[in-house]
Design a protein around this ligand. Structure first.
Ligand SMILES: [Zn+2]
Length: 155
């Protein structure tokens, strides 16, 4: 069997490796930009989803989450994203009952995944950079449990 050079990173030249890293970095940055950009699709989806939440709803949500990301427990008092707990694409509404606050990293990584699927993803695959220690993992599980049982999941 012939192993092609490009399939084996150990055989890459420094130049090839640098170009690979560069492309991966660009890809990651583009994913990030895509998440942060308020697209027309997103606006349309928000309109179609129905429901509404106010600045006061968000303030209350911040208090009930004790200033921590709903998924990983990171401090979000400086910077947070409004996350649709049940994704709009899965029939979730834009109302206060379906709003949680997440750190930008979790919100972007969650995308249109259902919350339990996302939790498995960050715990099992460790895709979220915040979830690194056992204590933080436990905090994430605890947070998730509170959300699952404390939040009206019915759409
Ligand atoms: Zn987070």
């Amino acid at each position: 069997m012939v192993i092609r050079r490009y399939e084996d990173p150990l055989m890459w030249t420094d130049e090839e490796r640098a170009s690979f890293v560069e492309r991966q970095t660009q890809w990651a940055l583009e994913q990030k930009r895509r998440c942060h950009r308020a697209s027309d699709n997103k606006r349309r989806a928000l309109k179609a989803a129905g429901g509404n939440h106010t600045a006061e709803d968000i303030r209350q949500q911040m208090v009930s989450q004790s200033g921590a990301c709903a998924y990983c427990g990171a401090d979000i008092t400086q910077k947070y994203h409004v996350d649709h707990y049940i994704p709009l694409s899965m029939g979730g509404s834009n109302g206060a009952e379906n709003i949680v606050l997440a750190c930008p990293s979790c919100n972007c990584a969650k995308g249109s995944l259902m919350p339990d699927v996302f939790l498995r993803k960050i715990l099992v695959r460790g895709l979220n950079a915040h979830v690194v220690t056992e204590a933080e993992e436990m905090a994430a599980v605890e947070h998730m449990g509170r959300l699952i049982f404390g939040k009206a999941v019915a759409a």
